[in-house]
Write a protein that binds this ligand. Structure first.
Ligand code: TXA
Ligand code: MG
Length: 322
């Protein structure tokens, strides 16, 4: 059975959630990016429950969420020089750092890799729960594997009711896309997943940042370095197409008419990058609930938050552009 709390300002419930995590249970909680499905990240049996609840492939490693710097030092070895500056600028917040792991981190968390992903969320509820547990909390996005990440409590309830021990409803998330993942385990930092901490911000801080070549392009030659990025994530049941920036409104209208005449129910979204970052996943979920056959989404420029938006959108569209 899943206990469900609307715990916006209820400290007692958050302490209860922390205790449940300590005892090996699973708790869904809001973060500033998307909702997370947490378990004790040092307990392989607890972490196993996450994979089962999500139906997640075991070769996809998890992020450990911490509330204090002291925990980071226990989870990693050989901290690179750039680490302190990145923490100072971006923690707590939507930046996940991939570092060489210590022996404390169970293999199930890292899917056997010798690196571990760590993030310090800024969301008050997430922080209170992690502090109460006083543990690193392994937490993927709290969606069923293959569904869009949850940005509202209703999404979590739809996917996770009956599959986890507790759900903390903290209302809508702030950002709406998952955290930026930056690998600093080797000499040049590599951006593995773009998010609300932008490539431009990271370059300003690190000097050089390499882009994983699979961020915007479908590639059968290169495997994405964040194992999770190889899956066809984020996809609704409806067929998604990206509408290229250079298409005129008249061309789009003609295309929509044609698709409609073929019997399709069409949803067309033409938003700014900021709006899409916040709402893309909810749009996909609503499209399925409302029975759309095809979702057309106008592309946005790939600078700033647009890089993260186009990364998620192109994956959902399976790189189909019209
Ligand atoms: O915003 C977020 O990061 C959310 C909230 C809940 O914090 N979490 C989240 O977790 O998005 P998840 O499991 O859905 O995505 C984690 C990503 C995956 O693409 C995974 O492959 C990658 O991080 N990752 C984890 N550990 C890694 C490692 N050691 N090396 C490379 N990539 C790693
Ligand atoms: Mg996910």
């Amino acid at each position: 059975m899943t206990i469900c709390y609307q715990a916006k300002r209820d400290r007692v419930k958050l302490i209860e959630a922390g205790k449940l995590l300590k005892d090996g249970g699973t708790v869904v909680f809001p973060t500033e990016t998307v909702y997370g499905l947490g378990a004790n990240g040092l307990d392989a049996n607890a972490v196993k429950k996450i994979f089962i609840a999500k139906g997640r492939p075991s070769d996809n490693p998890l992020i450990l969420h911490i509330a204090t710097r002291a925990w980071l030092d226990k989870l990693i070895v050989e901290p690179p020089q750039i680490l302190t500056a990145l923490i100072k600028d971006f923690w707590p917040g939507p930046l996940t750092l991939v570092l060489k792991k210590s022996a404390l981190v169970p293999d199930i968390v890292t899917a056997g890799l010798d690196t571990v992903a760590v993030r310090m969320p800024s969301h008050a509820i997430a922080r209170a729960i992690i502090e109460a547990a006083d543990l690193p909390i392994a937490a993927p996005s709290a969606n069923l594997s293959g569904s869009p990440s949850p940005t509202k409590a209703a999404h979590v309830i739809a996917d996770m009711m009956g599959r986890v021990d507790m759900i903390i409803d903290g209302g809508d998330v702030v950002h709406g896309l998952e955290s930026t993942v930056l690998d600093i385990s080797s000499d040049t930092p590599v951006l593995l997943r773009p998010g609300a901490v932008t490539y431009e911000q990271l370059v300003a801080r690190c000097g050089e940042v390499r882009l994983d070549p699979t961020l915007l392009a479908h590639s059968t030659l290169t495997k994405p370095r964040a194992p999770g990025m190889k899956y066809r994530h984020y996809a609704p049941r409806a067929d998604v197409f990206v509408v290229a920036l250079e298409r005129t409104d008249a061309q789009v209208a003609a295309r929509i008419e044609k698709l409609k005449s073929e019997g399709n129910k069409i949803l067309y979204i033409d938003y700014s990058a900021e709006q899409l970052a916040n709402q893309l996943f909810a749009i996909f979920r609503n499209a399925d609930a409302d029975g759309y056959d095809i979702v057309l989404v106008r592309a946005v420029p790939t600078d700033q938050i647009g890089l993260a938006v186009m990364n998620r959108l192109l994956k959902a569209a399976d790189y189909k552009i019209i």
